[in-house]
Design a protein around this ligand. Structure first.
Ligand SMILES: CC(C)(COP(=O)(O)OP(=O)(O)OC[C@H]1O[C@@H](n2cnc3c(N)ncnc32)[C@H](O)[C@@H]1OP(=O)(O)O)[C@@H](O)C(=O)NCCC(=O)NCCS
Length: 208
């Protein structure tokens, strides 16, 4: 089953920036979508792990082929950062049931990050770890108690980390939901868009 239909506002936001994004249910057999060197690099024998990564990489390869990228393995470096073919950027995510991938040409987007989570309430102790004091003052309990900021910040981290190699705590990122801008404490900035339903999806693009 493919999610993020053509009418998805997130997909439309992405496509305005020449980013291709897709999400799909993880299915038995998706582990076979991993190329042998990808499976070796993941270094896991857990079927669920291989299946989720296979689903995400299969999706990313489909999206890359729409951008006319040659078929290639999507390996990962020592920090788990996915390595894209020359001239392309991308990001992967998976939860227990779905895989998400986004790709773009480097000439259109400097870097991007994606994340997804089932829509759920955060454990109360997590709320305090995820939101900054300014966010707690600005947003209502409904938003602060859910995973929206968590998902956006993970997408931002994935967009920034590959180039900057700076670890970020959730509270090192300040999210302005109205402006669709997130700022890391050290100055890097992302634009983002998120979509909520049964799952929360976020896509972040590096702006500076
Ligand atoms: C990378 C991270 C954000 C999310 O990873 P996760 O919860 O394991 O799983 P997700 O499904 O969301 O994403 C997994 C994919 O992210 C990608 N990824 C992993 N580490 C990455 C990194 N450092 N930078 C960019 N992408 C990364 C990989 O492609 C991975 O898929 P794969 O293992 O199949 O190749 C998390 O593991 C992490 O490293 N967190 C520390 C920093 C953080 O979260 N700070 C708070 C937000 S600012």
């Amino acid at each position: 089953m493919t999610v993020l239909p053509i009418t998805s506002p997130l997909r439309a936001w992405a496509e305005r920036r020449n980013i291709l994004i897709g999400a799909r249910a993880i299915a038995p057999g998706d582990e076979a979508k991993l190329w042998p060197e990808e499976a070796r690099r993941l270094g896991s024998s857990l079927l669920d792990r291989l299946r989720a990564s296979g689903a995400a990489r299969g999706l990313a390869r489909d999206l890359l082929s729409s951008l006319l990228a040659p078929p290639c393995a999507i390996l990962a470096d020592a920090d788990r950062v996915p390595l894209w073919p020359p001239g392309f950027v991308g990001s992967l995510a998976h939860d227990e049931t779905h895989a998400l991938a986004a790709v773009a040409r480097e000439t259109d987007v400097a870097a991007l990050g994606v994340d997804l989570e089932p829509a759920r309430r955060l454990e109360p102790e997590m709320t305090a770890l995820v939101a900054t004091p300014a966010e707690r003052a600005r947003y209502d309990d409904e938003l602060l108690g859910g995973v929206t900021l968590f998902v956006i910040k993970e997408a931002v981290f994935k967009a920034l980390f590959p180039a900057d190699r700076r670890f970020l705590e959730f509270r090192d990122v300040e999210v302005d939901l109205e402006a669709g801008i997130a700022r890391a404490r050290y100055g890097a900035r992302c634009a983002f868009f998120w979509e909520s339903g049964v799952k929360i999806y976020a896509l972040a693009t590096r702006e500076s």
